[in-house]
Each structure stands twice: as C-alpha cells, then as structure tokens.
Design a protein around this ligand. Structure first.
Ligand SMILES: [Zn+2]
Length: 198
C-alpha cells in the first residue's frame, strides 16, 4: 500500500470515530409549525432556462462520473419520509465534490432545514447534493466529473450518537439524491455509482 493509501485510510478511521452518521432518524428531524416533517424541496424542479446544445445528445444525458476522487458510503438509501431516496457518501472535510452528470445547475442555496444544496439536471436526471460548500453557479453548465464544491457538514448533520454536528467537527458528508425524469421517481443513487470508490 502506498503512503497516500495509508493516509487516506487513517483519515477515514479518524472520521469514522468522529461520526459520519448523516441525518440519522428522520423522526428527529426539524418539523414545521404544524409538527409535520418539512420536505427539503419539491422533487421536480423548474427546467433550466437555457439548456445546452449538447442536451440533445442522448449520450450526454447518460454519462455518469464519480462524485469524488475517492469516497465510501456512510448511509444507504434513506429519506423516503421527505421525498428522497438518497445515500450519504463521504470523503472527508474539504474534499472536492464533482458533478456525476453533464447538466445545468438548476438550483442552489439553502433549503428550509438550513442545508446547503446544489441541484444539477439534464434531460434524464435531477441530481441533488446537500451539506457542502458549492461553488458552481445557477445556470452554469457543468460536465460529469467537474468540481462543483467541497464537502462540509452544513445543515442537519448528526454524529453517530445522534447529536447535531452544527458548529462541531463531525458529520461531514454528501447527501446525494437522484431523480429520474423518465421514471418520474427517485432512484437509488447506487444504481448509478458504486458504494465506494475506487
Ligand atoms: Zn442523507
């Protein structure tokens, strides 16, 4: 094993101890004034204002890239109670996050739970990322594999004991949701990307 490999494993071990539990039990999630769970956002976004010319190419819409240079799964499919079928993946605080598709940035900012988000879509998919520091701009066309931000723990993130990581050094991960426009439904992101990479 290379020194870099050892360093990556040590980083993972340290962060596992700190906790990468993701959102944990949705029952613990914030609720609105009526006491019902608050959805992050509508699953079907507005269409991008100016689709790129490449969007007419079927292959352009089907290309998939890895979301990080290296990562692993910290939580399997979850979030159905608020309209997601997302996974949590992690590579460490500050790691570069990449677009998994060619597409247009069609949303971004903060959701109602205080999570940062960015949404990228093409003719086939709407990909939603949460909790990172995102640098791609709304309206920008991004290519699969292009950096779009860095990993963080912004918003509703928990440690492995279920405690909030707000203002704490824990909970770093990306909550990744993929909506398939052709099916009209969210799909398990692990049908497009592996649970760990490489
Ligand atoms: Zn999550």
């Amino acid at each position: 094993m290379t020194l870099a490999g050892v360093a990556v494993l040590m980083l993972f071990a340290v962060n596992i101890v700190r906790g990468w539990a993701g959102e944990g039990d949705p029952a613990l999630a914030p609720t609105n004034a009526e006491g019902t769970p608050v959805a992050y956002m509508t699953p079907v976004p507005e269409a991008a204002a100016t689709p790129p010319a490449a969007a007419s190419d079927p292959a352009w819409n089907e290309t998939i890239a890895m979301p990080y240079d290296t990562y692993f799964l910290t939580q399997g499919a979850h979030g159905q109670s608020y309209g997601h079928l997302a996974v949590d993946i992690a590579a460490g605080n500050g790691s570069t996050i990449k677009s998994i598709i060619n597409g247009v940035v069609s949303g971004g900012g903060y959701d109602v739970w205080g999570n940062t988000f960015i949404q990228i879509e093409n003719d086939n998919y709407v990909v939603l990322y949460l909790h990172g520091v995102y640098t791609a701009l709304i309206g920008e066309t991004v290519t699969a594999g292009q950096p779009i931000g860095t990993e963080s723990n912004i918003g509703y993130t928990l440690d492995m004991a279920g405690n909030s990581c707000a203002g704490r050094d824990c909970g770093y991960h990306t909550h990744l949701n993929v909506y398939d426009k052709r099916l009209g439904a969210n799909i398990d992101p692990l049908s497009l990307i592996p649970a760990s990479y490489p």
